[in-house]
Design a protein around this ligand. Structure first.
Ligand code: SF4
Length: 326
């Protein structure tokens, strides 16, 4: 109280700010670091977990679980380090053991099937979706796909159990999209996408690439093209800097004009620790509604802290590049 009452003159005001800077900020930093290091034991390893949601509210410790089904892929994107022509054997028994153990000690916030191209091992995909859904139908399951075999996912038994299909489409122009995948056979055609509209499960994910979708006008054209087709859910992603191509063609959210699209409104803005995200709602001149998100990892060079567990074909790992747990 005395401090507040004393804040009158410029000098006293500066002293007050100095006191805050010296005493309070270090304390907040210590609290932040200590709480950030919260971990859960899993197969004898310490797994850093989040126990706050994006608003900072305390929740049960949770993890995002990524399942890399294979390295195989029918495309050859220049920004990808996860494709090869070698086939691998997915260890289903170990996956089930890992999943059961994870669920027993923490909450699975989402489970994403990824690759390579997961639809190249559809039997395993269906087996995992059945197993996870039976264990807990509340876990949102996503499949990341280039869409080459999109039509094979058009099964009620599968669609009813998943949250969404995250379909990679990097341009609204068929030829340019094909050129980005560097394969005529490694992506969904616009016609394939059209056939899926109405199932309400498609989330279109576009990489921001210099020379492609890289500015406000191109983003607007992309959104209009697909939203007028009936697709409502989009994500725009800056490339991970895994190679020279990504570094040379990197486009940040700020450069992309995502935050200044006409006829859009910011609906949610959250920032907590290592990431920040913004969600937008918009409509086209034909009155079609759409939403999209942008997300930025602000200080997370190491994905261990970002509560990611990865089942990588035959091993459970701490993040995509982290240590092997089993
Ligand atoms: S489609 Fe996906 S897995 Fe295949 S090369 Fe492109 S980014 Fe990599």
């Amino acid at each position: 109280m005395r401090v507040i009452q004393g804040v009158h003159s410029g000098t006293e005001y500066s002293s007050f700010l100095w006191l805050i800077a010296r005493r309070v900020l270090p304390l907040l930093w210590i609290i932040e670091v200590v709480t950030m290091l919260k971990s859960v034991r899993l197969f004898g390893a310490n797994v850093p977990v989040k126990d706050r949601d994006c608003t900072g509210m305390k929740v049960e410790p949770f993890v995002n679980f990524f399942v890399r089904m294979t390295d195989l892929c029918c495309a050859n994107c220049a920004f990808c380090k996860y494709h090869s022509e070698k086939s691998q054997v997915f260890d289903m028994k170990k996956f089930k053991m890992a999943f059961d153990e994870i669920r027993s000690v923490m909450w699975v916030n989402k489970l994403a099937l990824t690759g390579g191209e997961p639809t190249l091992c559809l039997d395993d995909v269906f087996a995992i979706v059945d197993y996870v859904h039976k264990s807990d139908p509340e876990i949102p399951i996503t499949i990341n796909t280039n869409g080459r075999y999109l039509k094979n996912l058009d099964k009620k038994r599968f669609l009813d159990k998943i949250y969404d299909i995250a379909l990679s489409v990097h341009h609204y122009d068929e030829e340019r999209n094909s050129a980005i995948f560097r394969s005529d056979e490694g992506h969904a055609s616009i016609q394939d996408v059209r056939k899926f509209v109405g199932k309400n499960k498609l989330h279109i994910r576009c990489n921001l690439i210099k020379g492609q979708i890289d500015n406000s006008i191109e983003v607007a054209k992309f959104l209009k093209f697909f939203a007028d087709m009936g697709i409502q859910d989009f994500g725009f992603v800056s490339m991970m800097l895994v190679n020279k191509f990504c570094k040379d063609h990197f486009i940040s959210y700020k450069e992309s004009g995502l935050e200044s699209q006409p006829s859009t409104r910011l609906t949610r803005k959250l920032a907590w620790r290592e990431c920040s995200c913004k969600n937008f709602l918009g409509y086209t001149d034909q009155g079609r509604l759409y939403r999209y998100y942008t997300r930025t990892d602000t200080n997370n060079p190491n994905d261990k802290i970002a509560n990611k567990l990865v089942f990588d074909v035959a091993h459970l790992k701490l993040g995509f590049n982290g240590e092997v747990i089993i």
